[in-house]
Write a protein that binds this ligand. Structure first.
Ligand code: KIV
Length: 272
């Protein structure tokens, strides 16, 4: 296994499988708007996920369930305008693919056609097999998502670690194999034991991308607002914060308020 890092001018689903083969870890981050996507893409993140976590961090909902297909397409369109290198994957939101495979395909086509995205992501395994197949048959790359699947939060009841028990772990392994077999190019593994992530990653030739799945995943994904410390009340064990923007932005904005109130802004040099 080589550790040499190949330069990718444009990341494709093929590049990701190649990265796994070469032992190069894959970086993935969310973005939901043009300005943030430009920064994330310039920093050479391999995959940008227009996640339905936009429902939480952009719209302030408690869960990912309320966000609509139209809203996801709006976010995806803004991101696509900014991106030159990364592969852009868009979540198909809750209620836009669960009822039947035809609806799933229609939603995936709308995302691809209206936003210009490169791939879609759906949550689930065996139960959404026919929908995934139908989307793949239309030539649309699909990423899977197993483990803690936030669109099913009311079925789980909590956001705790999934698949700690043997039966759930076995189902997850069989779902992962199924998703690979039918043609998914990668799978997000959310909040599962590191040992299970290792097992799944070793069994598959397509990459696994972990969030709270430990170090054995072939890549890692975080929500950009969490990484930057904007969501200061969200403190799961898996989260590494690289900044404390909640505080830094708050301080900058307070300083602006003070400057306006004290008439120090604008100065003579800041006017025409
Ligand atoms: O919506 C999202 O941000 C996601 C990640 C947590 C993987 O699905």
């Amino acid at each position: 296994m080589s550790t040499a890092k190949k330069e990718y001018k444009r990341v494709t689903v093929k590049s990701l499988v190649e990265m796994k083969k070469n032992g190069e870890k894959i970086s993935m981050l969310t973005a939901y708007d043009y300005s943030m996507a430009k920064i994330v893409d310039s920093a050479k993140v391999d995959i940008i996920l227009v996640g339905d976590s936009a429902s939480n961090v952009m719209a302030g909902h408690e869960t990912t369930l309320p966000i609509t297909l139209d809203q996801m397409i709006y976010h995806a369109t803004s991101v696509i305008r900014a991106v030159e290198r990364a592969l852009v994957v868009v979540d198909i939101p809750f209620g836009s693919y669960q009822s039947d495979p035809k609806e799933a395909l229609r939603s995936a086509i709308r995302i691809m056609k209206e936003s210009g995205a490169h791939a879609v992501k759906l949550e689930g395994g065996e139960e959404i097999k026919e929908s995934v197949k139908r989307i793949l048959n239309a030539g649309i790359p699909v990423m899977g998502h197993l483990g803690l699947t936030p669109q099913s939060i009311y079925k789980f009841g909590t956001y705790t670690v999934r698949a700690k028990e043997e039966s759930e772990a076995e189902k997850l392994i069989s779902d992962a194999k199924l998703l690979e077999k039918i043609g998914c190019f990668g799978i997000v593994l959310e909040k599962i034991p590191a040992s299970l992530t290792q097992k799944v990653s070793e069994k598959l030739s397509i990459p696994t991308i972990g969030i709270g799945g430990g170090k054995h995943a072939d890549g890692q994904v975080l929500v950009i607002h969490d990484l930057l410390g904007m969501t200061h009340e969200f403190n799961p064990r898996f989260l590494r914060r690289y900044m404390n923007l909640y505080e830094d932005m708050g301080n900058a904005i307070s300083q602006y308020v003070t400057d306006v109130k004290t008439k120090s802004f604008p100065s003579d040099d800041e006017q025409y």
